[in-house]
Design a protein around this ligand. Structure first.
Ligand code: GTP
Ligand code: MG
Length: 238
């Protein structure tokens, strides 16, 4: 009952009456507090996205302005919905304690950066973590070590301060950096995974693995061509 009430009030934003729930006033008060803590948690993660997006767009605009090479093709971001955050909290067996959730669930704020070339993915991450208010918490390099299904991407957990009235507060943000072929593959794989509810038929699993190899080959080929052109070993007029 307690859990159902909590979820209902958080998801629907509706106050249930004590008669509806048969909760004590103390329980209702603690739930009100939890709701406040939860909305604050979500708000802080919206703020950290704003901070990191600003950093990324400064890097991007600076390279456009100086006509130097722009390594960033596309940026998207999202804050985890309260419903999927609660699902993950339950799945991971965590208590409904926002301090613990803040520490343990590192993808409440998510940013995805798409680059043209593999080298750019590492370069963008270096540019971000070189900033002295960005702390690198963890890197998972699924480009160097792809997942068994062929998933490739560079994942970084960053901690960045957001400047609240009470002072700077460090907040965690997950950044996924990948090339266009990696992104193309991951979005199709995600759709297929979702459609079959995780139980993807063997034939499609095999075809996805082949497609991942093809995406990887395309990345290598594009990178090689690009570096040949940049190093001037290819006559671009001929
Ligand atoms: P969660 O999967 O979020 O519980 O965390 P984790 O610790 O397993 O992190 P991981 O780095 O494996 O993945 C985090 C995110 O990367 C996911 O939420 C997806 O956005 C993406 N991701 C990871 N693996 C895959 C995959 O096989 N296919 C696709 N399409 N996306 C993936
Ligand atoms: Mg995972």
């Amino acid at each position: 009952m307690f859990r159902r009430y909590t979820e209902a009030t958080m998801e629907i934003g509706r106050e249930m009456t004590p008669a509806e729930t048969a909760l004590t006033p103390q329980q209702i008060e603690s739930i009100r507090q939890l709701r406040l803590d939860f909305s604050q948690l979500i708000m802080h993660h919206r703020f950290v996205i704003d901070e990191v997006l600003t950093k990324i767009s400064i890097l991007r605009e600076e390279s456009v302005h100086t006509r130097s090479y722009n390594p960033i093709e596309h940026i998207s971001s999202r804050v985890k919905s309260p419903r999927s955050l609660l699902e993950k909290v339950h799945r991971r067996g965590l208590p409904l304690d926002t301090e613990i959730i803040r520490r343990e669930i590192t993808d409440i704020a998510g940013i995805r950066i798409t680059c043209s070339f593999i080298a750019d993915t590492y370069h963008v991450l270096e540019l971000l973590i070189a900033q002295n208010d960005v702390r690198l918490v963890e890197v998972k390099d699924y480009i160097a070590e792809p997942k068994p299904n062929g998933y490739r991407s560079l994942h970084a957990i960053l901690e960045v301060p957001v400047f609240l009235r009470s002072g700077p507060t460090p907040v965690i943000c997950e950044v996924q950096i990948r090339t266009i072929p990696m992104d193309f593959w991951a979005s199709l794989e995600h759709k297929i995974h979702y459609k079959f509810d995780g139980d993807v038929p063997d034939r499609l699993v095999g075809e996805l693995t082949e497609a991942a190899d093809a995406a990887s080959e395309l990345d290598r080929k594009m990178e090689r061509l690009h570096s040949e052109v940049r190093e001037g070993s290819v006559d671009v007029d001929s």
